[in-house]
Design a protein around this ligand. Sequence first.
Ligand code: ADP
Length: 256
Amino acid sequence: MSAAALRIENLEKRYPNGVEALRGVSVEIPDGEFYGLLGPNGAGKSTLIHCTTGLAQPTGGTIEVFGHDAIHDYSKARAAVGLAPQEVNLDQFLTCEETLDFHGGYFGMGRRDRRERTRELLETFSLTPKAKDRTRALSGGMKRRLILARALMHRPRLLILDEPTAGVDIELRLELWHYVQKINAEGTTILLTTHYLEEADQLCSRIGFIAGGEIAAEGSADGLAGRYGVANLEDAYLALVGRKELSRSHIESEVV
Ligand code: ADP
């Protein structure tokens, strides 16, 4: 049996100021799955991603990426993970080409491989005409695409997308959905956080609801709706956050 792409057990994170951001979270994502993590602001999603990608040190629990200990033996785990962070953290003085090439170098890819992979990704993400442009000259949508290309540069088996479509227009959102579905179909495991329930519904085979640093429920969109006794994922989410009165079915019935 192959190792899970991500196995998190009893993860705890208490920040130095005393905030308990994660209170014993366990999540297992099998190889090849498209998993969504949904929860209100402050639920602990970023903390979980930061712990998984080495940006934050957990105070308890274990994290394995394809069987590699992501806390104590980070180098192997890190090579298997690609992160497209929420914030646009591109070096604005690098060109698109250099952004990808440097990232590949950081992960130990050889020169020829970097050159070919850079060309391939710029083409995939419609950035070839921008190859020699500095990232600061890109539009917001192009920056988003470059961030995704950079996350994929070293061919990670686990791709973590932290709110990849926040604030992007509908065309780019659909374009990004198309890319990530294709990447997943080709075998990459994906962990997605999003505030767009439609996005999770469309893309994810399994969804975890997180609130107050704990996983409150897990399942398919239909499974979660069934568990909360409601019609759809959005209403299940509203039940999670204690705001059932906001359900569109109420609004619609009041309007009629
Ligand atoms: P989410 O990504 O779901 O919005 P976060 O993981 O960012 O949630 O935050 C979880 C909790 O941890 C919140 O109460 C937040 O204020 C707190 N928190 C996040 N980062 C830090 C930090 N660096 N120092 C102290 N508290 C933090």
